[in-house]
Design a protein around this ligand. Sequence first.
Ligand SMILES: [Zn+2]
Length: 162
Amino acid sequence: MSASVAPNSSESRTAQDVVVLESLTVQPDRVEARVRIDDPRYQFTTPELIADAVEEFPTLPHHTCRNAKGPTFGAVMDHTPLAHLVEHLVIDLQTHEYAAQHPEDSTAHQVVFTGTTQQSVEDPHVSIVRVSFRDDLIALAAFKKALHFINRTLAQPSAPEA
Ligand SMILES: [Zn+2]
C-alpha cells in the first residue's frame, strides 16, 4: 500500500456533503483520489448541474475525453458518473491554476492534464479518480475546490424561474 493523506480529516465537513474525498495519494506521475458518493440520487450528473458547472468552468465541454459518444467531455457530460465530473473539474482547475501560478513558464498554458475515473472494485460507492499533475499542492487544491463546487451546487435549491 502507498501512503495516503486524508485531506478532510482536519476540517469540519457537513453531513450533507454528497461527494466526499476519502483519500488522496500522490504518486510520481498521478494523483489518485478515492471519491465516495453514497446517495443513489447523485451517482450521475444532471443537465441542471452541468449548466451550473459550465457557467463557472466554460472550457469544460471542450476537454478531450475518452467516452463512448464523442471526442470531448461535452458529448457525455449531461449524464455521466458524478466522479467523472470531479475528474474534469480537477483537470480544468489545474490547467488554469498552473498557468496562473507559473507566469515564468511561457508554455504553462499548453500543459495538458489527463485523467481517468473508475469505479472501485471493492466498493461501488467509491470511484478512483486519477489525474496527472505538475504541482501536488495545486492538484490537492483542485480536488478540494471541485468537490466544494459540486457539494455547494447540489445543496442549493433550484432557482425559481425569473
Ligand atoms: Zn472524461
